[in-house]
Design a protein around this ligand. Structure first.
Ligand SMILES: Nc1cc(-c2ccc3cc[nH]c3c2)n[nH]1
Length: 246
């Protein structure tokens, strides 16, 4: 997968040189390219923002640098990339959406700042590539860079060869089919006794059936406590499946 990131803060993405993603880049599984938006400014101050039409607080990112940056990065011959634009007003980013994005050969991320990017940039981009405006949660960041890091990490770890043990990707809380979207329960490792706490004996029993039942029970408990709405959705899905099978 190729990933291009356009931002005024390229250094924000230094973490993508580390750990699993850094190794995947070195192995050629991931081709991540950073682009400084200011490279496409034309004035000596490298201006990327201006006051909003209609008044109001803050500044808006100018269309000209973005238009030329997207032309340069995403405008080549061949199939266009999918443009991902993190924004508080976007479609919720979920594990299911991450799975779909992981099937894309080429993603371009546009990292906004200030009050956002002039709306004509998205309208212009939609003429030549699919555009996805995504929110990583109902809170407001200072820019799109953190959201882009979250999306890139979530998507990249689903790519074959990125995680050492593909199984751990399957067992994620929200991975389709793994414990039906339940939250993951507690995990333990050596030593079996630590600061007067014991590892649950079932995990040392060697009885894999009992371990699976215990883990499902703990996942249900955790989900009921922290995300009860997921249990309601699970019940509704089960009911729908039963009614379809009648
Ligand atoms: N889910 C979420 C996205 C954002 C976001 C994304 C881009 C910009 C640009 C300026 N402020 C921004 C905030 N906040 N929260």
């Amino acid at each position: 997968m190729r990933i291009d990131i356009i931002t005024i803060f390229p250094d924000y993405f230094a973490p993508l040189e580390l750990s699993l993603i850094g190794k995947a880049r070195a192995a050629g599984i991931l081709d991540i390219r950073l682009h400084d938006l200011r490279s496409w400014t034309r004035d000596r101050h490298n201006t990327v923002d201006d006051t909003p039409y209609g008044g109001g607080p803050g500044m808006v990112m100018k269309p000209q640098p973005w238009g030329e940056a997207l032309d340069a990065v995403a405008g080549g011959a061949g199939a266009p990339p999918r443009l991902v634009l993190p924004t508080p007003s976007g479609t919720p980013f979920t594990q299911e959406r991450a799975k779909r994005l992981s099937d894309e050969p080429w993603l371009v991320f546009a990292c906004g700042r200030y009050e956002g990017i002039d709306a004509r940039v998205v309208a212009d981009a939609e003429r030549r590539m699919p555009v996805e405006e995504l929110s990583i949660g109902d809170y407001v960041l200072a820019g799109g860079e953190s959201a882009t890091l979250v999306i890139v990490e979530t998507v990249s770890r689903l790519l074959p060869g990125v995680l050492g043990n593909a199984e751990s990707a399957v067992q994620d809380s929200f991975a389709a089919g793994a414990m039906e979207h339940l939250l993951e329960g507690p995990v333990y490792t050596k030593p079996a006794h630590w600061r007067d706490q014991e590892v649950p004996p079932v995990l040392l029993s060697g009885d894999h059936g009992a371990v699976d039942r215990w883990r499902r029970h703990e996942a249900l408990r955790k989900t009921a406590r922290n995300r009860p709405e997921l249990l309601r959705e699970l019940a509704a899905r089960r009911l729908h499946e039963l009614e379809r099978s009648d």
